[in-house]
Design a binder for this molecule. Structure first.
Ligand code: ATP
Length: 513
């Protein structure tokens, strides 16, 4: 991470704590690694992101319904899904620094650096030649060609080693590429070992292996095991989807990037059940829809990109990520996977229960194929928070930190601020608040100078401040101060409800999709 981005990330993390968005878990005991709590403002922002997703899925699509399955599931679920045998990451330790890494990520980091080298060559050439043709340059430049060939070879070896679970081959690749520990620079590595990411615990009073159950590592399986329940009780016809928001747990080997990689996190997943053979068309459909959902928020289209998976998971026949430009660079925000009939077929096999759909049009039974969209709520939170965070120098030389959170997602929509604590202004302000609070989330404050109060609201992303002054008592008008422009306008109290509810409604964003 370049220094500037590094500092930005540090500032965002500090700001999140100082203004009640995110606290380290059990901080009075020095915290728990890669576990975080959401504070008073964080919880509101998180709920608003959930609402944006939930409404998009279940209200805008008449063929998608939502459920809320339990975190604990019958342990055979995880055998059938492949998680007991294959939900592993390859782990490697550096003997000198004692730091632990994911072996595949060390190799991917090496590939990323080669890709950056290629991009730099391309940028340099683009500056040199007037009629620059990227494709032509890439296909003729020797250095670029060599690096691209190297990337392809490494990718191929990585894919083979990961696909066959060959840990020796992974270690050999790290040695051959002379990959060093990014912290100590040492190349003194242990062997690569498989590490299962599922947390387990015991159910009931006997702590033996027969009572072993897992904390779900993904919410998807709660949907698969309920596929027939929902299809039958909801009289759903294929194609249809089941959506869910809920906690997932993974004992991540390396969990260092704030809420980007946590051991307890939340997912928003939707499994879309389709007729076999039609999955690729639905895969493309959901790729486009999900990108539109992201872009409608207005965080900047250039901050998103698709990244196709080269190493497909055991259950997928096509998969890609939507990557977001986080402070540490482009990283996965959401996954879109064509999961075939892998899960339902295996649940049929392990449970002995039929999990098939009778298609009245074709007059036949089949196991549907599944296209899933899976986004981390916490990563979405980090995307919104980090892109909204801005340090600004104002025309008068002062500075402010402002969170330009899209208004419908902001923790508080309106701050109600009486100019002074006397002359009946607080009473009038409370009167306004008591009317508005049924429509938009309000925040009341009467302490400190008005300028200071505006700054505090900027720092938590409140899009509107309503100020009650002496003129209010005479003509029933107030000023609305806009967070982003800092402009103020005088409006009638009577107009507040309609204007503010309209400006802060999630429907505004949904209609852009
Ligand atoms: P990664 O490659 O980053 O480990 P993944 O491919 O294992 O992620 P999926 O299994 O596809 O992730 O999970 C779907 C989504 O859940 C991801 O796109 C991400 O947003 C979120 N997610 C996964 N693991 C974590 C985690 N440890 N902390 C926070 N969010 C996570």
């Amino acid at each position: 991470m370049a220094n500037q981005e590094d500092n930005l990330f540090k500032n965002v993390i500090a700001h999140a704590k100082e203004y009640g968005f995110i606290f380290p878990s059990s901080e009075i005991y020095d915290g728990l690694s890669a576990v975080y709590d959401y504070g008073q403002n964080g919880a509101e922002l998180k709920n608003n992101i959930k609402e944006y997703w939930w409404k998009f899925m279940t209200m805008l699509h008449e063929n998608i319904v939502g459920i809320d399955a339990a975190i604990f599931m019958h342990p055979t679920t995880w055998k059938a899904s492949g998680h007991v045998d294959a939900f592993n990451d390859p782990m490697i330790d550096n003997k000198d620094s004692k730091k632990r890494y994911r072996a595949d990520q060390l190799i991917e980091g090496y590939i990323e650096k080669l890709e950056e080298k290629i991009e730099k060559e391309v940028e340099k050439a683009a500056k040199r030649f007037e009629n620059f043709d990227r494709a032509m340059f890439v296909s003729t430049n020797v250095r670029v060609l060599e690096n691209q060939k190297k990337i392809d070879e490494i990718n191929e070896k990585l894919k083979d080693a990961m696909g066959s679970g060959n840990m020796e081959a992974l270690k050999q690749l790290i040695i051959d590429l002379e990959i060093a520990d990014p912290i100590s620079g040492s190349r003194n590595w242990t062997d690569v070992r498989q590490f299962n990411l599922m947390f387990s615990t015991e159910m009931g009073s006997l702590a033996d292996d027969t009572n072993k159950i897992y904390l779900r590592p993904e919410t998807a399986q709660g949907i698969f095991v309920n596929f027939l329940n929902v299809q039958k009780t909801g009289r759903m016809k294929i194609p249809f989807g089941i959506a869910q928001i809920g906690k997932a747990f993974r004992n991540e080997i390396v969990a260092r990037q704030f809420i980007f990689r946590m051991r307890e996190f939340e997912q928003m997943e939707m499994q879309f059940f389709v007729k076999p053979g039609e999955e690729m068309q639905w895969y493309e459909f959901w790729k486009e829809k999900r990108m539109k959902w992201h872009n409608a928020l207005g965080l900047g289209e250039a901050n998103y990109r698709f990244h196709d998976h080269l190493n497909l998971a055991h259950y997928a026949n096509a998969a890609c990520d939507i990557q977001f430009n986080f402070p540490m660079g482009f990283r996965e925000l959401e996954g879109i996977h064509s999961r075939t009939d892998f899960d339902l077929k295996n649940h049929e096999k392990y449970s002995g229960k039929k999990l098939q759909y009778f298609d009245p049009e074709d007059n036949q039974n089949y196991i549907p194929y599944v296209v899933e969209t899976s986004i981390g709520l916490d990563r979405m939170f980090l995307a919104v928070l980090s892109k909204s965070y801005q340090e600004e120098k104002l025309a008068d030389g002062s500075e402010r930190v402002v969170l330009r959170i899209p208004a419908p997602l902001a923790p508080n929509k309106v701050a109600i601020l009486p100019l002074t604590k006397k002359d009946g202004l607080p009473e009038k302000a409370m009167e306004i608040m008591n009317e508005l609070k049924f429509h938009v989330r309000c925040f009341y404050e009467e302490k400190d100078a008005i300028g200071k109060r505006y700054r505090r609201q900027d720092a938590i992303g409140t899009p509107y401040c309503v100020t009650i002054d002496h003129q209010t008592l005479q003509d029933n008008t107030v000023t609305i101060r806009h967070r982003d422009t800092m402009e103020q306008e005088r409006v009638a109290i009577d107009s507040l409800k309609t204007t503010l509810t309209e400006a802060c409604s999630i429907n505004n964003i949904l209609k852009r999709i």
